[in-house]
Design a protein around this ligand. Structure first.
Ligand SMILES: Nc1ncnc2c1ncn2[C@@H]1O[C@H](COP(=O)(O)OP(=O)(O)OP(=O)(O)O)[C@@H](O)[C@H]1O
Length: 779
């Protein structure tokens, strides 16, 4: 069954082929023959939202959230009301989806939840959590902020080693019996030996609770240490006999430089320590590649030396500051597009996706034009600033999910402390739009429903209609390219169209991580918290990216709790079911299972055809039905790849000034989709083939050179990774020297565009695809 909400009705065979054809029931047990445009329906026109509920026999999948254990509820203050009765959380595939209930908060609404600033600051990274089972910081030395995705390069590129600025005498590092007097003096400027400064330790036992000295900071370690029930810490030995503790990150950094072997120290040539916040040392590096090296290869040694220097556990967080790159400085254009720079906090805050979509150098903004014709000024502003959401995305009357009318979003109690029914605080439309950061193309109207995504879609609609009430959180998982991001954005648009002033924020987990690091670095904790906690709906994409990032998980845990306690909606996407997110903390995974988990499966043939048809219409690509069906029959698992195939076919026709027909499509797709089982293509195959095709090295592809040939080669390789592998954007970015995911997004768009404009690029992509697939088949 395939539905298209853009017209408020479903696709019918007649609509698709232009002739009247009898409706055909979707069989569900196989795919219809190719010579039949059997976009069958089983619903009648005039469908309402109730019709979006899945039929009892559809193959949607849900996971039954387990009942919470008492310790999961302990942290809630006030103690939670009894959890919702079973039927509401334990969905059975054989039941229709329960539609949102008017008042079904999971927990008794907090009477007067204090506004955020008054909240006990001990519920966040910036002030540690109360002592809760499982809520303490992990202190084992293997804990790290970075993903466990290691960069594949075996060794760093040889970089001329510069002498360390100040070499600390060997004996101070290894076994100095007593701190050298001058060392102590420099390490504790203005401090008496007995004074425990904010960050430091005196070398004695771990101090007891020592909190809130007026600046909102906290010592998580102290909290844990004072809690006799806390898990034993894996201590970095406080080597007061061997190493004089330092109080200053600069001094500690000097020891780091002195203590590393030359090949490792080379990576720090242009790096600089920024600040020490609690147990986290922020280090700035010039580029993402170096960041990758620090986060993977150098991390153990860096953290060991820093921990020894301070006499307590120190972890590093690495941030990118391109101004540290001496090569880039003279070439910097007046207003360079920030592609690889992660999110910054206040002031220089750059919504990464926004910049990628709207930056003239980063692709075609028209590409993201609102698909539904909108009255637009000649000079269209960035999409976030186009119109108030209520006008822009107001659902059409015949849309089945257009049930609630526009209403203020403020009827729930929570940290915003708005009285029930009070209108939302005045919020400039442009600001609200910018905050949400939604791609206007990803709406429910442009989302094609089939049996593979019906449940996820229906739940998403329900969540958008009753945020914080229907299912909270909602978690959507599925393989790459199946529409998770699309659904998240669609929820955001729809909420904003239904509730005036609703504060919606979309963020990828990678951006959340970068934002968090930068907030610590810049001491902008409260802005960070406001950004993610003062929202009505938080949409967080690709949560698997948080795996292994212990402190970001910690912060997200508190963000989640704050929002959930206030009945604010959280929607999460993941490439796996929560149970399989092994490197996420249990308490987070448990919380993900509180709400509703829906998966998205690869679409069936009918849905694929409908998606192609929709894509062709929105991109104004002309392709006859038999070509769409041919493409849909060839590309079966990934919708992004499906769209890519359509683009290749139409680009080829456009370059050759030929009509798009079946024979042309066969030629173009012959090598793109080989017969038989799909060979597994890996990123390293793509990078290897691309490098040799262009006469480059893999290091060139990963490096920072921006020569024209290199940029094109790199972008083609990224495009092919996106099209031929299941790797997510951040993972592809990692492969290419730790680049930001927006760089990959940009590359994908750029190559799609260039393929239809430049024959050379089209040929290069085609030839490379052939070579890569050929190699994959051999293996
Ligand atoms: N049901 C659908 N109807 C229309 N377009 C779809 C549908 N599902 C996916 N798409 C399109 O496929 C492309 C990939 O989807 P999306 O980016 O949402 O996938 P994803 O699951 O988030 O992938 P990843 O995990 O790799 O980020 C997008 O252009 C999206 O609009």
């Amino acid at each position: 069954m395939v539905e298209d909400h853009s017209a408020g009705t479903e696709y019918t065979a007649a609509e698709y082929t232009g002739v009247d054809q009898p409706e055909d029931k979707y069989r569900g047990d196989g795919e219809p023959p190719l010579n039949r445009y059997s976009l069958s329906i089983d619903e009648q026109p005039g469908t309402t939202s109730a019709d979006l509920r899945p039929e009892p026999t559809t193959d949607f999948r849900s996971e039954l959230p387990p009942a919470p254990t008492p310790d999961q509820l302990d942290f809630l203050v006030p103690p939670p009301a009894p959890r919702r009765p079973e039927p509401e959380t334990h969905l059975s595939p054989s039941l229709p989806i329960p539609m949102p209930e008017p008042l079904a908060p999971r927990y008794r609404p907090v009477e007067e939840t204090p506004a955020l600033p008054e909240q006990p600051t001990s519920t966040s990274y910036f002030a540690p959590a109360p002592s809760v089972a499982g809520a303490g910081w992990r202190t084992d030395q293997t804990a790290s902020w970075s993903s466990d995705q290691h960069h594949p390069d075996p060794e760093p590129e040889p970089i001329p080693v510069e002498p360390a600025p100040e070499r600390v005498p060997e004996q101070l590092i290894e076994r100095a019996p007593e701190p050298a007097p001058e060392q102590v003096a420099s390490a504790t400027p203005g401090a008496t030996p007995n004074t425990a400064p904010d960050w430091g330790v005196s070398g004695g036992p771990v101090p007891g609770p020592r909190r809130n000295e007026g600046d909102g900071r906290a010592e998580a370690e102290s909290t844990i240490a004072s809690d006799p029930t806390a898990a034993p810490r894996v201590e970095v030995p406080v080597r007061t006999e061997a190493v004089a503790p330092v109080m200053d990150l600069g001094d500690a950094w000097t020891r780091v430089l002195a203590g590393l072997p030359p090949n490792q120290r080379a990576w720090l040539t242009n790096s600089r320590p920024v600040t020490l916040h609690e147990s986290t040392a922020i280090v700035a590096v010039p580029d993402d590649f170096t960041r990758g090296q620090l986060e993977t290869r150098l991390r153990p040694d860096l953290e060991r030396i820093l921990s020894e220097s301070f006499g307590r556990d120190i972890r590093i967080a690495v941030t990118v500051d391109p101004s540290l790159d001496p090569e880039l400085q003279p070439q910097a254009p007046p207003a360079p597009p920030v592609v690889r720079e992660p999110l910054r906090t206040e002031g220089s805050y750059q919504p990464t996706i926004q910049s990628a979509l709207t930056d003239p150098d980063q692709g075609n903004q028209q590409h993201y034009a609102q698909p539904t014709p909108q009255p637009r000024p000649d000079q269209a502003p960035p999409y976030e600033q186009q119109q108030p959401a209520a006008q822009q995305y107001a659902p059409q009357p015949n849309q089945p999910f257009a049930q609630p009318a526009q209403q203020p979003f403020g009827h729930q109690s929570g940290p915003d402390s708005r009285p029930p029914g009070a209108p939302a605080p005045a919020q400039p439309a442009t600001e609200a739009q910018g905050e949400a950061r939604l791609n206007p193309k990803y709406t429910f109207e442009t989302f094609v429903i089939g049996s593979s995504n019906r449940f996820a879609h229906a739940a998403a609609v329900a969540v958008a209609e009753a945020p914080g009430k229907a299912y909270n959180p909602q978690l959507i998982y599925g393989d790459s390219g199946l529409g998770k991001t699309h659904l998240l954005h669609a929820i955001g648009h729809y909420v904003r169209s239904l509730y005036t002033g609703a504060r919606v924020r979309y963020v990828s987990s990678e951006e959340f991580t970068n934002d968090f690091i930068n907030a610590i670095r810049d001491d902008k904790a409260s802005q960070f918290q406001r950004r993610y906690r003062d929202v009505d709906v938080l949409l967080i994409d690709d949560i698997q990216f948080l795996e292994g990032k212990i402190q970001t998980q910690e912060e997200f845990f508190h963000t989640f709790n704050t929002l959930h306690n206030a009945n604010k909606q959280i929607v999460i996407s993941s490439d796996r079911a929560p149970k399989r997110l092994e490197a996420l903390e249990d308490r987070l995974r448990n919380r993900f299972e509180w709400g509703l988990i829906t998966d998205i499966q690869p679409p069936d043939l009918e849905t694929r055809i409908a998606i192609l048809r929709k894509k062709a219409a929105t991109e104004r690509l002309t392709a006859p039905p038999e070509v769409l069906e041919f493409i849909a029959s060839k590309v079966q698992t990934n919708i992004r790849e499906l769209e890519g195939a359509l683009i290749r076919v139409t680009a080829f026709a456009s370059l050759n000034r030929q009509p798009v027909d079946l024979s042309l499509a066969e030629i173009v797709l012959k090598d793109l989709i080989p017969e038989g089982s799909k060979p597994e293509v890996t990123a390293s195959m793509i990078m290897g083939q691309t490098a040799s095709y262009f006469g480059l090295s893999i290091d060139d592809l990963c490096g920072s050179s921006r020569s024209r040939v290199l940029v094109t080669a790199r972008q083609i390789a990224m495009y092919l990774c996106r099209e031929l592998t299941d790797l997510s954007l951040p993972k592809i970015g990692q492969q290419f020297g730790g680049r930001d995911h927006t760089t990959v997004m940009h590359a994908e768009r750029k190559i799609r565009q260039l393929m239809s404009e430049r024959r050379s690029v089209f040929n290069q992509v085609t030839e490379l695809t052939n070579r890569i697939k050929h190699q994959a088949k051999q293996q």
